[in-house]
Design a protein around this ligand. Structure first.
Ligand code: KG4
Ligand code: ZN
Length: 338
């Protein structure tokens, strides 16, 4: 099946053409980072407007790069939620109009389901597996028994990991989005003896908390006599990243252990983090699990990732009606197909 996929849940407009939920013929992303950087974060109204401006030419370009025509398409997949509602509505409305005009089936997909299944575009990972969904809005552990079958095992009780990276970067005056910048500085530095707490690591559940970790960074910076110099900034980044990586890897391994899962898929923007990739890879060997990371392009927001679930749902006749609406708050576990 030849599908056009569209993503507009936050600050990237993305369009992709994917065959049979596996073969990526094009996967284009129009980033709005420059637009929001001056504000230090995503401005929802500006995001919606930019999505509107770029979605039409982006879709045309995705078709051109893929070498396919509108009439070759067999379905339209779109992120239905969660995300910024105005931003989501641009993709959902465009997809509905396109599907209606071309008389094609429409499939609304959960953004995090897209992230979790992105790996299948590169490596066939057998079910069941543990999914570690780490992004700007999520730090969630799921048992995945198949497409549409997600059981929540643990989640952040406050900030998401990506959000914490972005906030710490802001405290350090490093710009937006902060995750990649903190990562780069962390890799180039040592922690200089700084140790931040690992919240909830000792607790017997599989939940996370990043807000306290973020406050510890703030307290550390406020105790300094002068604004942090380059060396101190590097050390703080390194110590903060080590703390985040520690809790995510330890809790994920604990979850895999208790569920008897030998495969772990790490997904979402924070899965680009070099410290997380390295630590998981090291621990995997000693713990006898296989850890999968998509390539960075497929970790971050993109549209091709939606086609894995889209293709599967379409094959089962699970399509959306033309009254499909965007949903800003939508827990993944509420979508279980059985
Ligand atoms: O999945 P994503 O692109 O969008 C959401 O669905 O939220 O994730 C974006 C988040 C941002 O918070 C960004 O700072 C973080 O992923 N991120 C990283 C890295 N690359 C992106 N965090 C840590 N290290 C990175 N290398
Ligand atoms: Zn995302």
């Amino acid at each position: 099946m030849l599908l056009l996929a569209l993503e507009s849940s936050c600050d990237e407009t993305a369009a992709a053409v994917v065959r049979d939920g596996r073969l990526v013929l094009s996967n284009l992303i129009s980033s709005q980072v420059d637009l929001h950087a001056v504000y230090g974060g995503v401005v929802p109204e500006l995001a919606s407007r930019r999505h509107l401006e770029v979605i039409n030419p982006l879709v045309e370009e995705a078709l051109r790069v893929a070498g396919v025509k509108q009439e070759d398409l067999e379905g339209i997949v779109v992120t239905r939620g969660p995300g910024l509602v105005g931003a989501l509505l641009v993709g959902v409305s465009f997809a509905k109009a396109y599907a209606y005009a071309l008389q094609l089936p429409l499939i609304g997909v959960h953004h995090i389901e897209g992230h979790i299944l992105a790996i299948q575009l590169e490596t066939e990972v057998e079910y069941p597996f543990l999914a570690v969904a780490v992004s700007g809005g999520h730090t969630h552990l799921y048992r995945v028994d198949g497409i549409g079958r997600y059981q929540l095992l643990g989640r952040t009780v406050d900030d998401a990991a990506g959000e914490a990276f972005d906030k710490v970067a802001k405290m350090l005056g490093l710009g937006y989005p902060g995750g990649p910048i903190v990562d780069k500085l962390a890799v180039a530095s040592d922690a200089g003896g700084i140790v931040f707490p690992r919240p909830m690591l000792k607790k017997d559940n599989l939940n996370f908390s990043f807000s306290g970790m973020k406050t510890s960074v703030l307290n550390y910076l406020q105790r300094l006599d002068a604004p942090p110099d380059k060396t101190t900034i590097g050390q703080v980044c390194c110590a903060f990243q080590a703390a985040v990586v520690d809790v995510i890897t330890q809790k994920a391994l604990r979850a895999a252990d208790s569920e008897g899962l030998s495969r772990i898929v790490v997904a979402g923007g924070v899965a680009c983090n070099s410290g997380l990739r390295e630590k998981f890879s090291q621990l995997a060997v000693s713990r006898g699990v296989t850890v999968y990371f998509p390539t960075p392009l497929l970790c971050a927001d993109n549209a091709a990732m939606l086609a894995v679930a889209g293709d599967a749902y379409l094959s089962q006749g699970l399509v959306s009606d033309l009254d499909l609406n965007a949903v800003s708050n939508w827990p993944l576990e509420q979508l279980n197909c059985n």
